[in-house]
Design a protein around this ligand. Structure first.
Ligand SMILES: C[S@@+](CC[C@H](N)C(=O)[O-])C[C@H]1O[C@@H](n2cnc3c(N)ncnc32)[C@H](O)[C@@H]1O
Length: 214
């Protein structure tokens, strides 16, 4: 399919799914005006998918690794039950004001616990067994995040990893300095071989891997 037709189809999809809330639209605009790399936020389609997973699975304890703006955090909160709790971890403390500005406008804010710091340090301090984990931080360290959270996910829980097709770069032999592509390739190989889980890659956006713990 040519690029123009693909874009038309993507627009068609967005016109035929649930709209984003006004708060998410504002947050998205604010990120595009004021932040570097606004494309990192999940966005309309992936946000509705994350919400839908929460509707389907009804997770009570959710962990997001890599908050960035809080866009996906709010989508997870929208789909989760009123008594669910969402822990989200962001290493970049310069984002804290941006995240809190939008979280505080949301009626879902009480479900969300924002942790500022390195996920590798913070995850062991959260005393919780998770029903759903969304891995979306440093691509170099996906394997380490996975190993760290695995025992903290219940049997039957779901791990979602974002960017697992990494703009198609997973197909190519990476330059030895391209640690992000190498990190994603190693992660994908590990998951493919891991018999403790069932897995599928959804070729949506930049690739979303769904990993279900047996
Ligand atoms: C792709 S963005 C997250 C997007 C967000 N999950 C969403 O879908 O809207 C990745 C974020 O992970 C953060 N990050 C990178 N390494 C991290 C770490 N070790 N611990 C916590 N956050 C990290 C980055 O600073 C960045 O804001």
């Amino acid at each position: 399919m040519d690029k123009e037709r693909l874009e038309a189809l993507e627009d068609y999809v967005l016109q035929h799914i649930d709209e984003e809330s006004d708060l998410l639209k504002q947050l998205d605009r604010d990120a595009h005006v004021n932040l570097l790399r606004p494309r990192m936020l999940s966005g309309h389609l992936q946000g509705r998918i994350l919400k839908m997973f929460c509707r389907l699975l009804n997770p009570r304890h959710i962990l997001e690794i890599g908050t960035y703006t809080g866009y996906a955090t709010l989508c997870l909160a929208e789909g989760a039950a009123h008594d669910a709790e969402i822990h989200t971890i962001e290493v970049n403390d310069e984002l804290e004001d941006f995240i809190l500005k939008h979280l505080h406008k949301s009626k879902l804010k009480d479900k969300i616990h924002l942790h500022i710091g390195d996920a590798m340090r913070i995850i062991p301090t959260i005393d919780c067994i998770f029903d759903l984990v969304f891995i979306d931080a440093n691509k170099r360290h996906y394997v380490e995040y996975y190993d760290l959270i695995f025992d903290k996910v219940r049997s039957g829980g779901l791990i979602i990893a974002d960017n697992t097709l990494w703009d198609g770069k997973v197909l190519d032999e990476p330059h030895h300095t391209d640690k992000q592509t190498i990190g994603i390739q190693i992660f994908n190989e590990k998951i493919a071989k891991d018999e403790r889980v069932e897995k599928v890659i959804l070729p949506i956006r930049d690739g979303l891997t769904l990993i279900w713990k047996k």
